[in-house]
Design a protein. Sequence first.
Length: 301
Amino acid sequence: MEHCHGAAYGYTTLGAPLFAPISNLKRFERPDILKQHWSQAFTADRITVAAVGVPHDVLMGLAEQEFAELDGAAGQSNKRVAATYVGGDVRMHASPIVESSYDKKNTHLSLAWNGESWTSRDVGTMAVLAAVLGSDKHIESAPLADRAVQTRLKTRLTAKGLAHHASSFTSIFSDSALFGVYASCKPSEATSLANSILAEASELASSEISAEELHRAKLSVKHAILHSAESRTSALQSIGRQLSYGDTVTNAIARASSIDSISGGDVVRVAKKLLSSPLTVAASGDLSRLARYDQLTAQLK
């Protein structure tokens, strides 16, 4: 996912590396480097304080006690730069002769597009779209009786032996998002798998899904939302994310209820919008049989 974001945003803004390259590690031996980063990044205007089960006045008192000395102006010079999705291709080859951390026996592949940001009215529809394809996130949070439900990626790719594993994913931010599919397979199936994923995405953008499939996907998304509210950690993350992205916090029940109004036509409309953006390809492992970027993008025309 690190390189998928890098390719999608040109290794800037949301695509900037989260991990320092080994060549830079010696720089961190200088204490002034870390101190400078701390003073610029950890300022009052860039911190969100959230709590669950704590009276507001108590929280305010603790926040003032712990963070009153933070500089509220130092971070003003570091204004956020809007993320610009560009799409692209990045490949990490596992050499048969050079030792590396990449899998030499399999191909790992992510195909992604520009998605709906947290503030978009279609962010819920994108979640339903991901559930139609099949998302690990929704499967893990589903009741045991529902985990055997056959999603499109499971029945058309995994069950047929084309992929070892395949799952849709979303990575959502305040001003942008990624929507895509991650999959792994035998190197000999790499191009067939990639083309099949692109075909599945194109089908969602061209024909409306059945009422039964839509109902099942909406239930999956709603259950994932409500299930996350049962965890204090997830609830805190949700509150913090919403306050970072805007000025309001919507509870899990309201967010789950908003999924009810999504129609099959909405799913097609959003799928078309996503696929109109440039394709992002991020792959690692044995890539000797994976088609070129231009060959993959031609499948979407």
